[in-house]
Each structure stands twice: as structure tokens, then as C-alpha cells.
Design a binder for this molecule. Sequence first.
Ligand code: NDP
Length: 516
Amino acid sequence: MATVEQHLPETHNGVTSAGEGIPVENPATGEIIATVGDLGAEAVAELARRARIAQPGWEAYGFDGRARIMRRAQKWLLDNAEQVISTIVSETGKTYEDAEFAEIAYAANAFGFWAKEAGNYLADERIKSAQILLKGKKLILRYRPLGVIGVIGPWNYPLTNSFGDCIPALMAGNSVILKPSEVTPLTSLLLAEGLAECGLPRDVFQVATGAGGTGAALIENVDMIMFTGSTRTGRKVAEEAGKRLIPSSLELGGKDPMIVLSDADLERAANLAVYYSMQNAGQTCISIERVYVEEPVYDEFVAKVSEKVRGLRVGKPEGPGSVEIGAITFPPQIDKISEHVDDAVQKGARVLTGGQRAPGTGRFYEPTVLVDVDHTMKIMTDETFGPTLPIMKVSDSEEAVRLANESPYGLGASVFTRDTNRGEAIARRLQAGAANVNDALVNYTALELPMGGAKASGLGSRHAAGGIRKYCSQQAIVVTPRLALKREAHMFPYKARNTRIIARLFKFMYGRGKRD
Ligand code: NDP
């Protein structure tokens, strides 16, 4: 059994030798590959104390100083990509390509993006006010780092989802404590080592390994919490943050619909339906989870999708090009996938391919296509988070839009049609934080666009201006010039003449002209 002690900078006390703490399993083999510490409340408070001491020095680096370290980290990531990929693959069981395309590529882009844009998004803004009392004064909107940010991450993307949110938080001048999922802590520990090698000052970024209780302790000690995970836990996190009156930003579950209209490019629609429902074995918050197809093209679309899914290889990833569908990372998840498929079958759905756990060691589920589905089935209403694709026939686009919106979730959505104007009009009617026309998921790669959920899919967003400003408090600064009046007209003592003049002024400013 290997431990990951070699990955740890001195300050990271999360890893213990084998036999203590939390064992980390390779879901593709069942082998225990490391053991990490389960940090209790006192240890988390100590990390927060250190983070608070380190933060002012890090803020004093300024945007350029911080960007220099993030650019070094970008290079470090690519220089060490093989080690990072093998760490991700070993703790998640995902394929080499899922680690490379959706994790390394994301983080490499994000280091550069935030290094370049943080200073622009957080630059002081000179504000002009129409308020006459403020004429001649200097008005500034300023963004100030909040202090210590807690990031709680899930197991599906240990680099993109857990670590990715730390980059803008750091670039804003905060210290960060990351609590990765107990199932996938190793990537975060490795990245901590990478940042230390790149010159990040001690205690500015720390990893608090542990289970849910460690996350709860983190909320008790930080100035803001960024959470990605289930809606159920997200509600708890928001409640606890609310009790402390600290801000929280939540990226939660999804049940993303895809709509295929009868004029769509069916070959493209089928390829994207298969890829974006099954990449990362379907364990993506913005996976396509359900499809609505207009009646005239339904049979052809189903035939294309089924044939493509039958050709997918499932199993232990053995390097590039070995399999398309990797393991199910989180142990209870495979039962949830089975439960959704079984529930659908009991209620009348037909399985065209897959429909069960894949045989052999490791935790795998066969890529599955279901038809004759409806909204009485969990597979169409609850987040499945597996390599499943239920396809439902609809009479027209109106029915598709109604069913797409008939969900407590609202993370992503997509619509396929050759009439892009019509596609855009439909996209605007979908109750989702992001809607793609003739594509899916790609909005996530545009760090210039906000990524956040509607309805029960979350609060707040990552990426773009809002994705870094949330790690700051706003401060309004008003500077009155040196040669100001000794006393201004509205001040004591009140005099009837002054009051009348001011009233006339208000009338002139706000009461002129006719109104409808
Ligand atoms: P959770 O929401 O329970 O876990 C997410 C993170 O929160 C983990 O780091 C977890 O720690 C931590 N956590 C758990 N309890 C608390 C708490 N009380 N206070 C603070 N932090 C806490 O997700 P699961 O991993 O259990 O997955 C459940 C479902 O969530 C999946 O089936 C899937 O549907 C959905 N999901 C959605 C994701 C998304 O990207 N939106 C990502 C992952 C899952 P620990 O893991 O140690 O318990």
C-alpha cells in the first residue's frame, strides 16, 4: 500500500501512514492506495488560524505578484501532467482522457485566465453619481479580499471542481482552505505540493482532509464558503453559513435536459448525446441526463444513439485510448444508478443496451440507453449521475420545453436544431443557468461566462466577474477634496429659506416634464 506522504508540504498534516484515518480506494480495482487524516474541529481551527496569519502578506503581493505564482503553477501542472493524471485516475477510476480533457485542460486554462483577468475584474472602479450633493467628490468602488475562504469539493472532478475554485479565491488575495471529498483527497494534496514548489507562501493554501464533519468545521472558521456537491448537503452548508452570516456560493445537482427537434443534424445530436451523457461515466453536474426528441426523428435518433453506446468500452483505464467508460467513483453512487434504472424498468421502460453493473472487480456500470420513459420515473426526475441516457418521445417543441422545465433543477440544458434562431428562442425559455444550442456543456469551458444553477441547482456562480468578486467584499470610498465648503447647505441650523431652495432644486431635478 502506498501513502502520499511524499506529496505533502510541511504544513499539510492530512496524511497519515496506512491503517489510520480515511482509506482512499481505487474504484477501478478496489485496492486501497493511500490513507489520509480525518481532521477534527480543532485541527481545522488551527489551519484557519495559520491561514489568517498568512493572508495579509499574500494580499500584499498584489495582482502581479500573485499572477506570477499562478503562471508558474500553470507550467508546473503541464510539466507534471502525467503524475497529476495518474493521481486523478487512481482515486476516481476515470479514464485517462476524462482526466486530461476535463481536468488538466480546465486547470491549465484557469491558472492563466485568473492570472490575467483577476486584476481587471477587481480593479478599483471610478463611479459617477447623479447625486448633486456629491458633485466634485471622488467616488470609488473597491473590492477587498474577504480573508480566509473555505472550498468544499466533490469527488467527480478533484482538480476542476475542488481545486479549480481555489484559483480565483487565491488571485483575489485570500488564503484558502480546501476540503476535498473524503473519497478523492490525493489530487488536492498533490496540487498543494505543486503550489508550494511554485513559491506560494506557506499557509496561503492548505488542504483539510476528512469527511463531512471536517467540512462542517471549515464553515465554522472561514469568511466565505464555496461548495460544490449535492443539493441536500448544499442546503445544510447554506444554513450553517447563514447562522454565521458569512456568504456562501453553491453549485449543486442537475438533471440537464437535451431537446432534439425534427430539423436537427441527427448525427451530431446523437454523438453529443452519447458523449455528454457518458463522459466521466456520467458523473458530471452538467451531464445530459434526459433527452426529449420530436416524434418524426425519434426512431432514427434512438437507433443512432443505441448503436454508438453499444460500441463503448467499459473497464479499468490502462492509459490513453484504453476505455471510454471508467469507474463509478463514489461507492453509494452505483446503487443509486441501479435503483433509477430498476425503477424505470418496473414502471415500463425498455433497456436498449446496458442496464446493469458491469461484471468483474472494480465498480463499473454498463452504459445504458432507456426508452418508453416518462416523468413518473426517477431516471427522468432525480439526478442519476451515471452512464445512463433515457430518451423520451415528444409531440412537439412545446411539450419538450414544458417537460424540460418540469424539474426542481436548473443547471444546464441544450437544444438541437438547424434553425439557430429558433434554437436560441427556445434556449431563452429553458429554466437553466446555461443553455447550449447544437452543443452541450461547452459553456463551462468559457471562463468568461458565468456558470451557476437556477432553482435547486445552486446559488451564485463560478467564472467571469461574479466568480471572483464573490471572494471579496465591496467597499465604497468617497473622497471630498481639500477645498470643500466649511458647511454645506443642507446642514444645521435648518433655515426656512435654505429648505425652500433645496425643495425647488429637487423639483427641478426630479419633477420636470410630463409623465404618461
Ligand atoms: P455531498 O454533497 O454529500 O458532498 C460534497 C462535499 O461536501 C464533500 O466534500 C463532502 O464530504 C462534504 N460534506 C458532506 N457533509 C457535509 C456537511 N454537513 N458540511 C460540510 N460539508 C459536507 O455529495 P456526495 O459526495 O455525497 O454525492 C451525493 C450526490 O451529490 C451524488 O449522487 C450526485 O448526485 C451529487 N453530486 C453533485 C456534484 C456536482 O458537481 N454538482 C458533485 C458530486 C456529487 P465527504 O465526501 O467527505 O462526505
